[in-house]
Design a protein around this ligand. Sequence first.
Ligand SMILES: Nc1ncnc2c1ncn2[C@@H]1O[C@H](COP(=O)(O)OP(=O)(O)O)[C@@H](O)[C@H]1O
Ligand SMILES: O=P(O)(O)OC[C@H]1O[C@](O)(COP(=O)(O)O)[C@@H](O)[C@@H]1O
Ligand SMILES: [Mg+2]
Length: 523
Amino acid sequence: MATLSQAIAPKLSFPRVSDGGRLPRPRALPTITAAKSRRVFAGIKSHDPPIDFGDPDWKSKFQSDFERRFNIPHITDVFPDAVSIPSTFCLKMRTPITEEFVGGYPSDEEWHGYINNNDRVLLKTIHFSSPTSAGAECIDPNCTWVEQWVHRAGPREKIYFKPEEVKAAIVTCGGLCPGLNDVIRHIVITLEIYGVKKIVGIPYGYRGFSEQDLAEMRLTRKVVQNVHLSGGSLLGVSRGGPETTAIVDSMEERGINMLFVLGGNGTHAGANAIHNECRRRRLKVAVVGVPKTIDNDILLMDKTFGFDTAVEEAQRAINSAYIEAHSAYHGIGIVKLMGRSSGFIAMHASLASGQIDICLIPEVPFHLHGPHGVLQHLKYLIETKGSAVVCIAEGAGQNFLKKTNATDASGNIVLGDIGVYLQQETKKYFREIGIPADVKFIDPTYMIRACRANASDGILCTVLGQNAVHGAFAGYSGTTVGICNTHYVYLPIPEVISYPRLVDRNSRMWHRCLTSTGQPDFE
Ligand SMILES: Nc1ncnc2c1ncn2[C@@H]1O[C@H](COP(=O)(O)OP(=O)(O)O)[C@@H](O)[C@H]1O
Ligand SMILES: O=P(O)(O)OC[C@H]1O[C@](O)(COP(=O)(O)O)[C@@H](O)[C@@H]1O
Ligand SMILES: [Mg+2]
């Protein structure tokens, strides 16, 4: 019989963190589909040592293992004698803190606005009664109810950093995403409410730690007051950059003991490596992430900030493609949206618009040619409707394109342009069958990414930014913030980036998308 850790390990058969080192790069797709990962999670993959469901204690063992995995690293793990003080985060202050804390810290013991360290949020809220229920995520073959609790985010009554001893830094890495400035703004504002005076921005992602000519930017409420009114990142972003040890050397030189890292799975892998390196050097540093990816490919979260804005902005491109297609004789509009390995934007934008006839995403393979191919369906649409609109995620159909093995500075595979390819193939196909077709291709990807956050993302960014600061002051590190089932949580970084979150082709949402487009199976 397998031990519990052996039994649980297979569902975590994605790269695990080793202390002090870089996390392996998150696995590329399309090797793991959501359905596959669910099978792995259920522990029923044939070569996995199975959980012994005959053991009457399997569930409690599973749950205690889950509790251990989702425990958040804390300063006291390394410094058991670290002393806490009452929180300086107090909303009853009448004036912002401008004086040194000579007369003690402002606090209000009567205020019940704090989160208890033992508060938890339920991660999965559906009790699937059968593994065949749509989107079912089951632990055991009978799909019994297994509770999975994660840590609730928010301000704690006791904090592990004295505000006057804090030098906080913010860094934004990877590609742009609507809402970056909103998160920066709220991190700065909240730090100031705690009483922190030394707040800096690291320019151009992790590179800012190593490039001598990039000076850190001093941040105050005044500096960030209006930054959310524009898209992009006040600090700049980049891919690639220095090794973890060089980053931590630079942090030591600068005296940074709180680091807020805004980025996607690559950035979070870096943040976790920084956290581990700080522990190895026995530095009292809090490293807290805020997941940034319009692709929405971070595990366990309802959504990441910028996603809603991206979907909304995509409507403009889709509507233009629709109008072009409907105004032309035999018009076909193709819109490419971002989504390196996850088709969430394409799926949601298609659903929201109601104007899409074919939605193609990386998670669902398709044929272009042949009786069940996309082109044959386009012919049918032209014959029956007179026009058609296709929405394709950038990572879809990469198997049709020549592999170059090229990678960007961060090691991400550089994708071929599936939108251009689809346009060319469509033109060629209709030419060959002798039916005229007016094929227009719209690529709004960078226009979408550079937008400012919409109202709902603005609120999400606000809460995530504030919670990141609460988490750091509470002494947590190697953690990230997120929204699970509408509640805000702290999650250990390795658990959210071990592989990209994918659209589950068996989920109700993908089925709704298929219902909306009316497209057949192209496999
Ligand atoms: N496995 C890793 N370990 C440490 N740092 C990483 C890792 N993967 C990426 N990074 C760093 O994180 C930053 C952003 O990564 P990237 O993949 O470009 O964007 P994102 O964070 O949005 O996924 C880059 O500076 C890159 O060097
Ligand atoms: O051209 P760039 O800057 O490399 O960005 C393109 C990538 O950015 C993304 O929108 C988001 O990627 P990140 O989360 O890694 O920033 C991907 O969908 C896309 O492949
Ligand atoms: Mg990434």
